[in-house]
Ligand binder design. Structure first.
Ligand SMILES: [Zn+2]
Length: 233
């Protein structure tokens, strides 16, 4: 059942409050209008501007680089911290198209190198192999230190403890990196898929470009002077 609406509800609101409410309403309406017209806001995560969205960070401050919204003209990558006036000097001038081309070229090179290494080493991820070698070395070093502890004096003990702690931290980091990479290691099927994407780059969809980038890259740190790509392979 519907409740009876009191007559003249406005009568219950004092004039100064009414003014406040009207002001709030107009702000709210302005915000809604902005949200409805600004597609980059609306789509937040589902960015359509660059297939590198979510991967690129400002080389100065580590905040995300976002594409300037200018579909009709020349687009740039811009530090989101700087854009919000929060004090980053910015990443310099990075043209979106050139940057994408640069990363695509790097992806192709890295992928070729990966396939070459992989075929030589019984299909293991070369990065995992390198970590495993280092892990074995770190573990051996820890053991050697533990052996020297029997009968050691206080100074030597303190030194050894510190050293063991450092090595143990490195051991944990390496174990975690190996575990993470093992999860992400590409299957033969995925490698074939990636090959297909990279070979047909001009024709594949935006979503497939995103998938290709995600298959190969963890993150990218960039300014106009330097680019550092953190690879998954
Ligand atoms: Zn920045």
């Amino acid at each position: 059942m519907l409740k009876k609406q009191p007559k003249n509800r406005d009568d219950n609101i004092r004039p100064q409050n009414k003014q406040k409410i009207e002001k709030l309403l107009s702000v709210w309406l302005r915000c809604r209008k902005k949200l409805m017209t600004n597609t980059t806001f609306q789509n937040g995560r589902k960015a359509r501007n660059t297939w590198l969205a979510g991967k690129i960070k400002c080389g100065k401050c580590g905040y995300a680089l976002k594409t300037t919204h200018n579909p009709a003209g020349y687009e740039y990558l811009r530090c989101s911290k700087r854009a919000n006036h929060k004090g980053c000097p910015g990443c310099g001038t990075l043209g979106k198209t050139e940057f994408e081309q640069f990363i695509f070229t790097a992806m192709g090179e890295k992928f070729r190198e990966f396939k070459l290494l992989r075929s030589g080493e019984e299909k293991a991820n070369p990065k995992i192999t390198a970590y495993q070698v280092e892990l074995a070395r770190v573990e051996a070093e820890i053991e050697k230190l533990l052996d020297t502890l029997t009968g050691a004096n206080a100074t030597l003990l303190a030194y050894a403890n510190k050293k063991i702690e450092d090595l143990d931290n490195r051991r944990k980091t390496l174990s975690k990196a190996i575990a993470d990479l093992s999860v992400e290691t590409l299957s033969s099927q995925q490698i074939e898929l990636l090959s297909g994407y990279l070979d047909d780059w001009e024709n594949i969809s935006f979503e497939d470009k995103r998938k290709a980038a995600d298959g190969l890259i963890s993150s990218i740190s960039a300014t106009s002077d330097y680019v550092k790509i953190e690879w998954k392979i």
